[in-house]
Design a protein around this ligand. Sequence first.
Ligand code: UDP
Ligand code: MG
Length: 315
Amino acid sequence: MVEQTKLLSIIIPMYNEEENIPCLFDRLFVVLQGLSMPFEVVCINDGSTDKTLDILEKELEKRPGLVVVNLARNFGQHAAIMAGFSKAKGDWIITLDADLQNPPEEIPKLIKEFKKGHDLIGTIRVGRQDTRFRRFSSKVTNWLVARISGISLHDFGCMLRGYSREVVKGILENPEYRTFIPALATFFARNPVEIYVRHEERAAGRSKYSLLKLFSLQLDLMTGFSMWPLRTLFFVGTFMAIFGLVVAAVIIALRLYYGASWAAEGVFTLFAALFFLVGCQFFALGLLGEYIGRIFQAVRKRPTFILEWVKESGD
Ligand code: UDP
Ligand code: MG
């Protein structure tokens, strides 16, 4: 029985999840105890402003296998998971949301895939319980990212995922600024698989993603994994320049043919074209800025997270 010796790590980022912890732990620990394998649960407090940290510290006393990682402030879900990866000791590592949207009862399904030898277990949510807007934007993102990055994942957003020690090691050795872990992990996987898991409504509290946070996450996903937007920009830019030249030539020709009175009315057309071009330039600049920003961050080598302290049950 080789599996018996494997250690399982569960990683849960938590940002203001005080209402969810009791129910989450009750359900999660029942599942884990039923697995008959050693486990640890690494909870990362991502700068919560509610009682999340107090509750976690109390739980430390009664839950063997619990590890609490406290971050200095809020760094975001993916940075929190990175912090969890850095502290997890397991051979098999599973990430989970704290809000019970990923039912812990689905964990045995992932274990089964680990046992089959898969080193990265992606998941696809069935019966997704999110707002129509979230579901729609996920669909667009999944499609777009798959197209431009060549990473074909069917559901980037589902965080109930399994990673082998080797994959996590790869991720930790190549920390990227503001990364998107499910996509990054595919780079290090040798034998990935995707399975279906149930999805439930958030048990309590509200989504920690505002529209702005969601948008910036999508942008990270887009620019973090592909140079495709830059390239498109180049093609669009070239096309626009040629188009501009042709329009100019036509206008000059018409001006010569019809005389100056015609040209006065043409001013408006010219302005329209100009505005269009200026708009495109701004778009291009913004996009360039995004990449330069990434280079800047990479050069600075700023840490993805700052660890305050780590406590284990039994300490
Ligand atoms: N989360 C976090 N830091 C953040 C935002 C979210 O650690 O800045 C955690 C949050 O506590 C939850 C998980 O990431 O465990 C997913 O967040 P949420 O459920 O709000 O996202 P959604 O389900 O709306 O995508
Ligand atoms: Mg959620």
